[in-house]
Ligand binder design. Sequence first.
Ligand code: ADP
Ligand code: MG
Length: 351
Amino acid sequence: NNLALGRTLALFFPVMTLFTNLGLAVVIWLGGRLTILGTTTTGDFVAFISYLNLLAWPMMALGWVTNLIQRGSAAMRRINGILEEVPEITDRIAAPHKKKIRGQIGLSRLTYLYPNRKEHALQDITLTIRSGQTAALVGGVGSGKSTLLQAIPRLIETGRGMILIDGIPLHDIDLATLRGSIGFVTQEPYVFSDTIADNVTLGRRGAGRDTVNNALRIAQLRDEVESLPRGTQSIVGERGVTLSGGQRQRLTIARAIVANPPILILDDALSQVDTRTEAAILNGILRTREGRTTIIVSHRLTTIKRADIIYVLKEGLLVESGNHDMLLRTGGEYARLYQRQQLNEELLEVR
Ligand code: ADP
Ligand code: MG
């Protein structure tokens, strides 16, 4: 369609010019004869030609404007289609809770089944994360970690079971308040084609240069950003194409640090960052989050070790919980995962 439009537009001006000039030729031919024969005066003839010239441009502009209006209304239709879309997940009760959230999370027999699936992604999950705790979710790929985390800010609507935040049922909390209180760094970071500083603050007022630099420092991205010619004012390409996967992940971490919400969820947010940098970032984050709830998912158990409470998922079931030492002593799934990773690391060192 764009090629066809291009062809039409390429023809537009030449054809318009051709017709106005043909018109002029006809006027000069016929009018010239009338003037020679003395039917009209030379003055009238010249005036006629000037008027014709004055008319030509407005006529062309009319066509041009019609074209612009048509294109604009087609674009408007599409934009409205998105703006008028009614969200499936909305506030359900008339007067939802809008009070400040402290960050206690309780799941009670939470069950979730994806619409097109037979196996439950989550089954009967009951757990508690106290306000201010650092909790970790551990489990293999597809064990339900992301599904569980998405249920907390109501990105998915769970059917059976309950989620309580500060003891209040999730559906009784104002959706904007709920989501405004949760920082969620996902597996796939989203970066806007804007400056690094704006990507970090996301338009938050009052977030000055110091805030941005501090967040970048904790996210271990400061040096790399400073080595760019325009520093934090560098534009990152559409969807962050000018950044590496690890840089993109660290940029979204910096964003979460600036937001510093009562609840921070890091869902495998550092998978593309090397182990040592991941440990440094987590140390920094946990220091800034003293007294605030943080949930971490990571495949590297060395970074999970420090969590106050560790929950182990397996095929949608909660199989173990406790802190690192307790779980190692139990000698279950977690201990097995941990031993395997230790062995891997030793093998890498030998090499
Ligand atoms: P994890 O984050 O632990 O790797 P997920 O929560 O992403 O696991 O997935 C749990 C299960 O749900 C998996 O079996 C996965 O295939 C399935 N699943 C995840 N997302 C979807 C989806 N959008 N539609 C259908 N099934 C899904
Ligand atoms: Mg996941």
